[in-house]
Design a protein around this ligand. Structure first.
Ligand SMILES: Nc1nc2c(ncn2[C@@H]2O[C@H](COP(=O)(O)OP(=O)(O)OP(=O)(O)O)[C@@H](O)[C@H]2O)c(=O)[nH]1
Length: 307
């Protein structure tokens, strides 16, 4: 299947954007909606309070704040959003009819992405919003691709750092990991060729994707034929169940491997949970890795867990 080019993907996203409009004037809201309708879906509210509650529920791609709001100012709202949602890449426009010459400077200081004075032309607004969306989607796509393994489409090692930074290991938080490794993969490559080896890794990854669900759980291609599952807020027994499911589904897929005593492609797995002896990421990884090697020593196609 041919993949969309980078430019095509950005173009597509620029017609499906989620746009937040905050203005207490129904006339202006209707105007913005008609100016921006080609770029995506507009969510319109009349106050800062309503805007904050929508921002808590949705990931918007761009936001337009009128400066004068019944319960504050666009400037204050922008400042608050930058503080509360600091990890988001959200372009924020502040739009004003005010003649206060110092206002623009203050808006740049709270990190607005663009500042527009009324009156303005529809074409100006549309293209300035489009320019911000293009930039946002380009950054989003670069981030997505830089965190993705090209062969399998799983996350790569770089993505692990993001999760660990967001969900740092803390006392009172459960965090489990599973390391899974294809058994006798060198022999598989030697027997069937490197391309068949690649296809096998793609199949294993696709089984893993179907077994590991949930926005926080991350399937990673950690190295050649080694995979990692990051399981925040997951107790050891649940982590074992997930990894065991991946192991058994791969065995059930019956991918032929005549050079393995099992006759089919199998996985060995090691599972460990943060806590006890594992109080750092390195210690957690080491514990899971030791379990994996125990599983290999004990005959492969099995799972060993710490504790
Ligand atoms: N086809 C293919 N092979 C790869 C890739 N990355 C690593 N490999 C191969 O994976 C094999 C891993 O071999 P080993 O580390 O000896 O492990 P193994 O043969 O699976 O043995 P055990 O882990 O002990 O069961 C090597 O032959 C690598 O060349 C890849 O992207 N594609």
């Amino acid at each position: 299947m041919a993949h969309d080019t980078f430019e095509t993907q950005i173009h597509k996203r620029c017609t499906q954007a989620k746009i937040l409009i905050v203005d207490d004037s129904p006339i202006f809201i209707a105007m913005y909606e008609s100016m921006l309708s080609e770029l995506g879906e507009c969510y319109c509210v009349g106050s800062a309070k309503e805007a904050l509650s929508l921002l808590a529920k949705h990931d918007f791609d761009v936001a337009l704040f009128d400066h004068h709001l019944p319960d504050g100012t666009g400037l204050r709202l922008c400042k608050m959003v930058r503080r509360v949602h600091s990890s988001r890449q959200l372009p924020i426009f502040i739009i004003t009819g005010s003649s206060d010459e110092t206002l623009e400077q203050k808006c740049w200081e709270v990190d607005c992405s663009d500042f527009i004075s009324k009156p303005f032309h529809a074409i100006t607004l549309k293209h300035r919003v489009l320019a911000q969306l293009r930039l946002k989607f380009a950054v989003d796509l670069l981030q997505e691709t830089s965190n993705q393994d090209q062969l399998t489409g799983l996350h790569n090692r770089r993505a692990i750092d993001d999760v660990i930074q967001r969900r740092s290991l803390r006392k009172g938080h459960v965090f489990s990991i599973a390391i899974l490794d294809v058994d006798f993969f060198k022999k598989f490559n030697d027997e069937y060729g490197h391309q068949a080896g690649d296809e096998c890794l793609v199949k294993v990854a696709s089984i893993m994707k179907s077994c590991v669900r949930g926005p926080d759980k991350l399937s990673v291609r950690y190295g050649g034929e080694e995979f990692l599952i990051l399981l925040p807020d997951t107790e050891l027994k649940d982590a074992i169940a997930i990894a065991e499911r991946v192991r058994s589904e791969v065995a059930k897929a019956q991918i032929p491997h005549i050079k393995s005593p099992m006759g089919v492609v199998t996985l060995s797995a090691g599972v460990a949970t943060y806590g006890g002896d594992c109080l750092t990421w390195r210690a957690l990884l080491k514990a899971a890795d030791e379990c994996l090697y125990q599983a290999k020593r004990e005959g492969r196609n099995r799972l060993v867990s710490a504790l």
